[in-house]
Design a protein around this ligand. Structure first.
Ligand code: PLP
Length: 397
């Protein structure tokens, strides 16, 4: 059946990794794919996870299926991360959480669930957004609409245009928003800007779909969830897709969560019953290991403290590399102002490098950056930073 069918194009970012692997230049640098790397250029297993895994292996007695929404203690742990331990949402049972295969699994579960009850809804995504967002929602049958977000001139958010667009989103549509560390731009809404968005969501009746893939990579676990707390306090329907790939380093364990919040415990129970049906016909029930490792960390005070320190270590390393990159370019006499890279949050930087420069860096210097200029700042190390700064300075001459 495949004879007449054309091959599908390779995923743009993973395709870049393939090209990187084939490159024979020993000095090559991969600033493409979005995984955290330490200063040695490896993606480490967190120490808290290593300890948790040992505990798990010693104590686990079965590989029997998890319930469809996963282990209830995992759901409770995720909710504490999302809302804070003493939140009204948790006390009122207004939230239900399902353990999903990664953030991607959470996004798709949510997309399928909402589609069932909002067959005509459009999903609104930021311009630009993580490339897979459009793919996931298109695959779930949605029409995609865009809202203005990144302003390439000011290197900030197009706030007024964003608000104007959100005011015009019809009731019943779905608006996908990045809670923090926006991928790919690194530019987030702040404080009162979120208040305004929440106010509009409540007044207009569209459904916020929050994508939370970098909790802890902005300022801290608590500060990064500020927007989630604002939506929760508004007493409206919304959903959250959490990923623990980055903050627990559990990339290949496919660990995430889908959380539904409604105005009442009764509505949440109904929503959960339908989410379970959605999961049952998709992947049936979640993979256990990564979630149980994360839960082991969340449930143990000492491991939790260690995790907080390790997340801070990753966050601080990325911030330090941002500064080294900007200062390194200034030191090399680059006139273009790159100082905004220091202000961007999370793992990524919308560097402002043009596609021509990106191509030149790949061909001439074996430095791999995603088209559009998104840099994974965690790909910079004390070993390669001078090489990268030299190369960019040369490219911009
Ligand atoms: N959402 C955003 C914005 C992301 O950047 C990512 C991963 O890069 C995800 C979701 C998906 O995460 P996961 O790898 O856990 O599926």
């Amino acid at each position: 059946m495949w004879k007449e069918i054309e091959a599908a194009p390779a995923d743009a970012i993973l395709g870049l990794t393939e090209a990187f692997k084939k490159d024979k230049n020993p000095g090559k640098v991969n600033l493409g794919v979005g995984v955290f790397k330490d200063d040695a250029g490896t993606t480490p297993i967190l120490n808290c996870i290593k300890t948790a895994e040992k505990k798990l292996v010693e104590t686990e007695t079965t590989k029997g299926y998890l319930p469809i929404p996963g282990n209830p203690a995992y759901g409770a742990g995720v909710q504490k991360l999302l809302f804070g331990a003493d939140s009204e949402v948790i006390r009122s049972n207004r939230a239900a959480t399902l353990h999903t295969p990664g953030g991607t699994g959470a996004l798709r579960t949510g997309a399928d669930l909402l589609k069932k009850f909002k067959p005509a809804a459009k999903v609104w995504v930021s311009t630009p957004t993580w490339a897979n967002h459009k793919g996931i929602f298109t695959a779930a049958g949605y029409e995609i609409a865009d809202y203005p977000y990144y302003n390439a001139e000011t290197k900030g958010v197009k706030y007024d245009e964003l608000i104007e667009t959100l005011e015009g989103v019809p009731a019943g549509d779905v608006v996908l928003m990045h809670v923090c560390c926006h991928n790919p731009t690194g530019v987030d809404l702040v404080g009162e800007q979120w208040d305004k968005v929440v106010e509009i969501a409540k007044a207009k009746g569209w459904t916020p779909f929050l994508d939370f893939a970098y909790q802890g990579f902005g300022d801290s676990i608590e500060e990064d969830r500020a927007a989630v707390e604002k939506f929760a306090a508004a007493g409206i329907d919304f959903v959250v897709a959490s990923s623990f790939s980055k903050n627990f380093g559990l990339y290949n364990e496919r660990t995430g969560a889908f959380t539904i919040v409604t105005p009442s415990a009764e509505e949440t129970a109904v929503a959960l019953s339908h989410a379970k049906l959605t999961v049952r016909v998709n992947y049936s029930n979640p993979p256990a290991h990564g979630g149980l490792a994360a839960l082991t960390v969340l449930a143990d005070d000492a491991l939790y403290e260690q995790w907080i320190d390790e997340v801070a270590g990753m966050r601080d390393r990325i911030k330090a590399m941002r500064a080294k990159l900007v200062d390194g370019l200034v030191a090399r006499g680059v006139e273009q102002d790159f100082s905004y890279i220091k202000e961007q949050r999370g793992m990524f930087s919308f560097s402002g490098l043009s596609d021509d420069i990106v191509e030149w860096l790949k061909v001439n210097k074996s430095i791999y950056i995603v088209k559009g200029g998104r840099i994974n700042v965690a790909g910079l190390t004390s070993k390669n930073i001078d090489y990268v700064c030299d190369a960019i300075a040369e490219a911009l001459k």
